[in-house]
Design a protein around this ligand. Structure first.
Ligand code: DAH
Length: 349
């Protein structure tokens, strides 16, 4: 009598569990069923722990039946769980589906900084004339930044090029001219025709026309029989390519310790075509770069015999060219990365 009652109970528990599991929605509800049917206080577990009270001949059969039922329920729950997980994943994937028909959000992409546009243009003009691009360190020694360019320790020209010192003899280069010395020493007496675009540094208070960091393009040509006519022709071609065929150049005597003679190069003002206006302060000309014939001392110190070789050099301020080219009123705008500034030069770039 007792045994029968128990059997019915187990099969009832099983069919109830089956129904429950079949119709359950959601993983958290399934978790509740797991507790209901398999946890310590569930009916099956309670019956299992009460087996000891049965007579030994019934104990085995009842035990087997209970264990079987518990395993079956566990299996059903497991199957349901993987089913529900799959459903949940599918739902999630559907929700995250990308609608490729939606219009895209606009990404504000500024434009190429006019500084780089001009730097590349200048570089291209000289590459087309047969120059090669050379490179040199931004952290320089006093030797290369000054001494090998004929600027000894107490030379007054140093006052105009105060910079950031790393130690007594190591500094951030004040101009790209030290690349002249590096290139000459590496070329070991062979002809040279290079430009070097790069960053330069000076201890300046930043304002509309000064920046503690700016950029130059150095030029150097060394060979036999190079004269100032080569310098003038090269720079004239550069100016016409950069600023237009109508521009004329003018060489004015100047002074740099590493060139002799030295010149300052002016171009006719684009605003008034040389007549004189407020932009060129009434002179009709605007200064754009410095240059000259390489000083014999510089040739000698860097391994060239000045009786056999001669050369010319020049230094162009990249920002200065960009300012003239685009009519930019403040050098700091090149470095601020303001998209409103970049947008203005987008079309021209
Ligand atoms: N290094 C000079 C400066 O920064 C510019 C310069 C002038 C470079 C004449 C040259 C040169 O190569 O020949 O002021």
């Amino acid at each position: 009598m007792e045994e029968k009652k128990e059997k019915i109970k187990i099969s009832e528990v099983y069919s109830e569990a089956m129904n429950d599991i079949k119709s359950v929605f959601g993983l958290d509800k399934l978790q509740e069923l797991k507790v209901k049917y398999l946890a310590k206080k569930s009916i099956i577990m309670t019956l299992l722990s009460g087996l000891g009270a049965l007579p030994p001949e019934e104990r085995k059969e009842a035990g087997q039946e209970l264990n079987q039922t518990r395993n079956n329920i566990a299996k059903l729950i497991e199957q349901k769980e993987s089913e529900l997980r799959k459903e949940e994943l599918e739902k999630k994937l559907k929700k995250e589906e990308i609608d490729i028909t939606l219009p895209s959000r606009n990404v504000d992409v500024g434009g190429v900084n006019p500084f780089y546009v001009v730097k590349d243009e200048i570089t291209d003009i000289f590459l087309n004339m047969g120059f090669e691009v050379a490179d040199g360190p931004e952290v320089e020694t006093d030797l290369f930044n000054f001494e090998l360019l004929n600027i000894p320790k107490d030379h007054p020209a140093r006052d105009m090029q105060d910079t950031f010192y790393i130690s007594e003899n190591v500094l951030l280069r004040t101009h790209t001219s030290p690349v002249q010395a590096h290139t000459m020493q590496a070329a070991e007496g062979k002809p040279i025709r290079i430009i070097c675009p790069g960053k330069t540094y000076r201890r300046d208070d930043d304002d509309a026309t000064h920046s503690h960091q700016f950029a130059q393009i150095e030029g150097l040509v060394i060979d036999k029989n190079i004269n100032i006519g080569h310098l003038k022709a090269t720079l004239e071609l550069f100016v016409k390519k950069m600023f237009g065929e109508k521009r004329e150049i003018r060489l004015r005597p100047s002074y740099f310790p590493f060139t002799e003679p030295s010149v300052e190069v002016d171009i006719t003002c684009a605003n008034c075509n040389g007549k004189g206006c407020s932009m060129c302060k009434g002179t009709g000309y605007i200064e754009i770069l410095g240059g000259g014939m390489v000083h014999p001392n510089v040739l000698k110190m860097n391994g060239y015999d000045p009786d056999v070789y001669s050369g010319f050099a020049f230094g162009i301020g990249i920002e200065r060219v960009a300012i003239l080219r685009y009519g930019i009123d403040d050098i700091r705008k090149f470095y601020q990365n303001d998209v409103r500034f970049l947008h203005q030069y987008k079309k021209k770039a």
